[in-house]
Design a protein around this ligand. Sequence first.
Ligand code: AMP
Ligand code: ZN
Length: 464
Amino acid sequence: MSSDAPVLKLYNTLTRAKEEFRPLDPANVRMYVCGPTVYDYAHIGNARPIIVFDVLFRLLRHLYGADHVTYVRNITDVDDKINARAAERGITIRELTEGTNKIFQEDVKALGCLEPTVQPRATEHIAEMIALIEKMIAAGHAYAADGHVLFDVPSMADYGRLSRRPLDEMIAGARVDVAPYKRGDMDFVLWKPSKESEPGWESPWGRGRPGWHLECSAMSWKHLGEVFDIHGGGIDLVFPHHENEIAQTRCAFGHEAMANYWMHNGFLQLEGEKMSKSLGNFVTINKLLTGWKGIAWPGSVIRFAMIQSHYRQPIDWTSGRLEEAAARLSSFRQRTAGAPDSKPSLWLIEALADDLNTPEAVVELNRLFEQLKHRPGDFESAGELRANCRLLGIDLDEVNLNEMLRASRTDLDEAFIEERIQARLAARAAKSWAESDRIRDELAAMGVALKDNKDGTTTWEVKR
Ligand code: AMP
Ligand code: ZN
C-alpha cells in the first residue's frame, strides 16, 4: 500500500466500532463472504451483499494491488430447500444447482461485479468438513449421537461473542429443535443422517450430510486458512450462522479468532414491505434486468441505485430510486462522452476508505458533475468522473435513458403509468413543479401523453 493512500477503516460487528483495517498479510488480503443457496433465482435483497462486498473487493484491490487480494464467495449447493425443490421438479440436486448457479453468475456479472478469486461449492468440500468435525471431537467440542454429530455449545466459554445476546434470546433465535440425542438445547448440528432418498456422503458417522454452518468453516479454511481478515454477509447471518461458524473454526484450531473483521450489510425491503418469497412479495435480479415496471434496468443503474445508501443502513427499493439513478447516470454519460478514463479521485478513495461511505462518494460525484456542467470542455474532469464510476463498477456507456424509455414503449405497463401519474399528482400537491415536469417528460419519452382534467384527475393516451 502506498504511503499517501488513505487509512482504511471498517465497522467491525465483533467490537461494534469502526476500526483501522490491518491485514494479517498485506501481500494477501483475505476476505470470505457467504454466498447464495442456489435453489431459485436470486432476489434484489440477495444482490445487496454481492454489490457491497464487490465494492469492498475493488477498493482493496485498489489499495493493496489487484494480485494481493483473495476473495472467496461460496455456493451453497447442498441444503434442504435444494432437496425439496429438486424432488418437486423430478431432477437431481446437481441439475437444479447447475442451472440456478448459471443464472446467478449471469445476474451478478450484469450487475458489474468482478468474479471472486474462488467460488467454492459446498459439495466439493465434504472431506474438509469431515476433517473439521474430527478436530472438534478430538478437542472435546463435539460429540456423535444417533447418527448425528453436534457441537457442544457449553464447551466453548465465550460462545456468543459476536451476537452478544443473552442465552434465552439465543435459544429462541436459533429455533432450537428439542431432540433426544442432544446434550444441551443450544447444541447445533454439524452432521446429520440422510435417508435413502436424500443426498448423502459416507462418513465415520454413517451416510449423511453437513449442517449449513459447517460448510462455510470448511470452505474458508480450505481457501483462506485457519484465520483470515474479513468475513461478510447480511445482518441476518450474525446469529446463528456466523456465531456458529466462529465456534466451529475456533474450536477446531484453537485460535482466538476466525476472522478479524466481521462486516454485515443492512436489509433491503421492497416498496415499504419486507421481501418474502412465501408471500410472493419479492423481485428477482433477473426480473429487474429484463423488465420491471415496464423498463429493463441496466446493471449499472441497479448498482448505482443500491450504493446511494450506506451498506449498514436499510434500503427501501422502489422504481423511483431506479429512475433517479438512471437519469443521473445518463446525464453523466452525456457529459463525459469521448473523454478518456483517467485516474479515480483521491476524495473517492477517501470516502470509500471511511467504512465504504458510498453516499458521500455519490455526493462528490454529483459535485464533480455540476462543475462539469459549467466547464463543458474540461476533458480532464470528465475523464475523472468516468474513472470514478469505473472504480465503483459502473459502466456509463450502458446507460442511455432515452433508449431505455424508447425500448419500454413496445411493452407499456399500465400499472406503472398509473403509478407515475399518482407520483406526479403527489409532486404537484407538494408544489414540486420540477419533479412534476420531469415525470411528464419521462412518460412523454415513452410515448405517453398526459392530460390534466378540470376535476383534478389525469388521464393518458399513447402518442406514437
Ligand atoms: P440466502 O440465500 O437467504 O442465504 O441469502 C444470501 C445472502 O443474501 C445473505 O448474505 C443474506 O444475508 C442476504 N440477504 C437475504 N435477503 C436480504 C435482504 N432482503 N436484504 C439484504 N440482504 C439480504
Ligand atoms: Zn456462511
